[in-house]
Ligand binder design. Structure first.
Ligand code: PRP
Length: 212
């Protein structure tokens, strides 16, 4: 496996769509979609191998060189600021980072705002820019529960369809950032395997542009 270009894909629906893009670009590995416990899928002809990782772990694999390329959400890149190169906006997995809370919530600027989130750096930066005093409550999932149970006043979280907010009587108040999936690259790999990486990037870019 040592000579193959290693590509970390985010497990789940987004990752499957991203794999289809690699497939269409000529880097196919059909076994990856089969029901198997195998972790690494090689295509010696095209010189690549793929593996699925937890979406929030892709950037770690790429930053540390366990993967040469990967696909990660802009949310993860902004939150953890990994030392990688961002090569391409794949314009998929689109969603937004937003502030949300109970419909009847009214902010009282004289009080510290309690903010529940999985993204303390993004949330912290957002409120620092506004000069707002906040108390960050770091959670790992089901963020929407926090304002409902009065653990927080608001949440800073990903909104995709808006269904989770709607079904829990919450509403978005403000968009912080648009988010989409990015092709990312290990810095050393970019230096030493720039030809192969550049070829993959341009084939994916053609698909992104054809979709626009
Ligand atoms: C994400 C996010 C919201 C939900 C938004 O959660 O944290 O809860 O998706 O999607 P929607 O606007 O389409 O309803 P995820 O499914 O990743 O699970 P989590 O609760 O473990 O964070």
């Amino acid at each position: 496996m040592s000579d193959l270009l290693r590509i970390a894909l985010p497990k789940g629906r987004l990752g499957e769509k991203v794999y289809q893009m690699f497939d269409a670009a000529g880097y196919s590995c059909p076994e990856i979609l089969s029901d198997t416990r195998k972790l690494i899928f090689e295509n010696r002809e095209t010189g690549v191998c793929f593996f699925w990782v937890k979406p929030s772990d892709v950037a770690i694999y790429v930053e540390r060189g366990a993967a040469d390329l990967g696909v990660a959400g802009k949310d993860i890149l902004l939150e953890y600021r990994p030392e990688i190169f961002e090569l391409l906006d794949l314009r998929m997995g689109r969603c937004r980072m937003a502030v949300a809370g109970k419909k009847n919530f009214r902010d009282d600027p004289s009080k510290t705002l309690r903010v529940a989130t999985k993204f303390p750096n993004i949330a912290g930066e957002h409120y620092r820019r506004q000069g707002r005093d906040i108390d960050i409550i770091k959670l790992n999932g089901s963020i929407e529960l926090a304002p409902i149970l009065d653990l927080s006043d608001v949440i800073v979280d990903i909104v995709e369809t808006g269904k989770t907010l709607l079904e829990n009587d919450l509403e978005p108040f403000e968009t912080i950032l648009p988010i989409s999936a990015r092709l990312i690259c290990n810095r050393t790999a970019y230096q030493f395997r720039g030809g192969e990486i550049g070829a993959i990037r341009s084939k994916l870019k053609q698909q992104v542009e054809a979709r626009a």
